[in-house]
Design a protein. Sequence first.
Length: 158
Amino acid sequence: MSNVRSERLTVRREEGFVVFLIGARANHWWNLPILWMVGRAMARMMDELLKNPESGLMSCENYSGRTTLSVQYWRSAEHLLAYAKNKEKQHVPAWRQWVKRWSQGAVGIWHETYVVGPGSYESLYQHMPPFGLGKVGPLVAAEGNLKTAGQRLATQSA
């Protein structure tokens, strides 16, 4: 608990960013081994991205279960798309393997991409270690005109 911060904090970024949600779902319990293989391919991609800050991935949080979820924060859509198309990186071979071996419906995959402009979001962290967008920052005190969600949204859009 040493990195838990007790103060009320919010993120105030001058530049936009991209939130990328991606995951997979085992459509039947007997397909869990396939989901595990898809998860291993995703782990290789995340390893590659996190070792290379120039990739544009700023932070991620991953969750597993029958439906998996990776919440990723990217510098830009251009960074995300460049990684997805780069044949020298892990994504293209993983996608080809998906199409060849796993795309018959045993496991579903999904993703959503949100391009977030400056001032079009709000956040709050209290009694939390760095998490989500709070890992990206910069974090500032959520007080004064940043105390409530409504104030944070109004302040950013002003």
